[in-house]
Structure formats: structure tokens, C-alpha cells
Design a protein around this ligand. Structure first.
Ligand SMILES: NC(=O)c1ccc[n+]([C@@H]2O[C@H](COP(=O)([O-])OP(=O)(O)OC[C@H]3O[C@@H](n4cnc5c(N)ncnc54)[C@H](O)[C@@H]3O)[C@@H](O)[C@H]2O)c1
Length: 265
């Protein structure tokens, strides 16, 4: 019997920001595919609640605190996890986001924090993972990016710049690691519905937005997680340096997310 596709049995994965939202969906998909998953999360209680929920299904999910975004902090965390679980196959840098701000009001702290979380931490997480992945001749370095890398969003120039940097990082790192069995890819998420989404969850706003999304609805966290599962799998060995756009076709029309501004979303 051939193995089912996207089987991750025996693999060890780290997912940053895996306690909720898109990260939680990624954790769930990777664990359901058989991986041992470590959720690296700022708030441990949230991650532990998810781990307990998944343990009921017999899935192997563990948690560590993740709030040191610097090079050394991430290296210590990654080394500890690789030592404890015996190997490291997959890292997903999913933690991200930004404090929205007009360009005029943007201060240094907001810009620095946005770059540190979304972009710099992608570098440091990948750098820490490389020796462990080289040791087993297999690696999947994945980042949750955003369509904001390519389309303008009012109040988010710093976020767009960070995610565009992520996409460029993915291409550069993929090229460098291509001979090591290590692939580097990302998923560019569009409008993803999740609990606590704020204004975008307001039914009238959502309805307006969905008129402009070609598939007619906002995406789910699981839509992103399914793309991540594919990229994490052995089957995706010939895909590297890519960001898969999962946005229901939102960025197909030339106007793209200009609707956002029009509605003051
Ligand atoms: N939801 C969307 O529509 C959407 C669209 C495009 C891209 N994304 C990206 O998807 C990823 C997940 O976002 P989400 O929508 O699930 O949002 P979310 O706010 O639920 O998740 C973000 C995660 O990042 C973690 N995080 C934030 N700041 C941190 C910090 N300083 N240190 C450590 N952890 C920190 C949070 O604890 C949380 O777990 C992010 O990278 C985001 O940029 C989301």
C-alpha cells in the first residue's frame, strides 16, 4: 500500500504563534499528518489549551514560550527543541502582524517591532534550524506571508514592507539551501476570517468585502494550513523559493485591495 500523501509521521515541527488563528490551524494540520509539533507561543496558556484539545485526538503537540525574537533567543529555543525531540524537520514562522499606523504617525518603535517580528525573526529562526536540518538532509522552512507584500493597504506600509521582505528572504534562502534537501517557501494569505477579527467580522463589512473577493467569501485559517501542509511534505521537494497565494483570487483584479481604502476597513 503506498503511504497517503503529505504524511509527516516521524517529523518534528516548530510553529511560532501557533496558539491561535492561522497558527493554530497549521499546528492542527501538521499534527494530524503525524508530526510532533511544538507550538512556540507568546502566551503559553493559549497554546497549552490547544495542545490539550489536540491530545484528546491522540496528537503529539507540545508548547514552549516564544517572545525572544532576537537571534540568540531563537537559537536557544530551536536547539533545545531539536535536542529534546531528537531532530528538527519543519519550522513555520507564523507569528506576525503589526500595529496599524498611517505613515505620518509611524514611529521608530512601530516600524522596528514590525520588522523584528515579521521579517528579522524569519532569518533567525531559519538560521537556527539549518544545522539541524542539514544533519538529517531534510528541511522545510516556511513563513506565513501576506498579499500585503504586493498590494497596498492603507495604514500598513510598514507591514507591507516587512512581508515583501519575507518574500525576498524566501527566494534568497531557498537558493542558498537548495542543495541541502532544505526548501524555503511561504504562503501569502488574503483576507482570512478568524475569531476576534474586529471590524472585519462585522457582518456588513464582511458582506461588502465578499462581493469583491472572486470566490465570494473570506478564507479560513485552514485554507492557509492546507497549503502549509503541502509545502511541509516530502512531496513538495521540487518546490522552493515560492510563496503560494491563498486569497480566493482577491489580488487577481487590477484594483485589488483598493476597496479596502474606499471602505475605510
Ligand atoms: N488573518 C489574516 O487575514 C492574515 C492575512 C495575511 C497574513 N496574515 C499573517 O498570518 C500570520 C498569523 O496571523 P493571524 O491572522 O492568525 O493573527 P493572530 O493575531 O491570531 O496571530 C498572530 C500570532 O503572532 C503572535 N505574536 C504577535 N506578536 C508577537 C511577538 N511580539 N512575539 C511573539 N509572538 C507574537 C501572536 O501571539 C499570535 O499567536 C501572521 O504572520 C500574519 O501577518 C494574516
Amino acid at each position: 500500500m503506498p503511504k497517503p500523501p503529505f504524511d509527516l509521521a516521524g517529523r518534528v515541527a516548530i510553529v511560532t504563534g501557533g496558539g491561535r488563528g492561522i497558527g493554530a490551524a497549521i499546528v492542527t494540520r501538521l499534527a494530524q499528518a503525524g508530526a510532533t509539533v511544538v507550538i512556540a507561543n507568546r502566551t503559553l496558556d493559549v497554546a497549552e489549551a490547544l495542545a490539550r484539545e489536540l491530545a484528546v485526538e491522540g496528537l503529539a503537540v507540545h508548547c514552549v514560550p516564544f517572545d525572544k525574537l532576537d537571534r540568540n533567543g531563537l537559537r536557544v529555543m530551536v536547539d533545545d527543541i531539536a535536542r529534546q525531540y531528537g531532530r528538527l524537520d519543519i519550522v513555520v514562522h507564523n507569528a506576525g502582524g503589526c500595529p496599524w499606523s498611517s505613515l505620518e504617525d509611524l514611529d521608530e518603535a512601530k516600524l522596528d517591532d514590525t520588522l523584528a517580528l515579521n521579517l528579522n525573526a524569519s532569518f533567525w529562526l531559519a538560521q537556527a534550524a539549518i544545522p539541524h536540518m542539514r544533519a538529517i538532509g531534510f528541511g522545510r522552512i516556511l513563513v506565513t506571508s501576506s498579499v500585503s507584500a504586493r498590494v497596498a493597504m492603507g495604514g500598513g506600509a510598514h507591514y507591507s514592507a516587512a512581508k515583501a521582505g519575507v518574500n525576498a528572504f524566501i527566494r534568497g534562502a531557498a537558493f542558498e539551501l537548495a542543495r541541502d534537501g532544505i526548501t524555503v517557501n511561504g504562503v501569502e494569505a488574503g483576507f482570512i476570517e478568524k475569531p476576534g477579527r474586529g471590524t472585519m467580522s462585522a457582518p456588513e463589512t464582511k458582506a461588502k468585502l465578499e462581493r469583491f473577493i472572486p470566490v465570494g467569501q473570506m478564507g479560513s485559517a485552514d485554507d492557509i494550513a492546507c497549503a502549509m501542509l503541502y509545502l511541509a511534505s516530502a512531496e513538495a521537494k521540487y518546490v522552493t523559493g515560492q510563496t503560494i497565494v491563498v486569497d480566493g483570487g482577491s489580488t487577481l483584479p487590477e484594483t485589488g485591495f483598493a476597496v479596502e481604502r474606499q471602505w475605510g476597513l
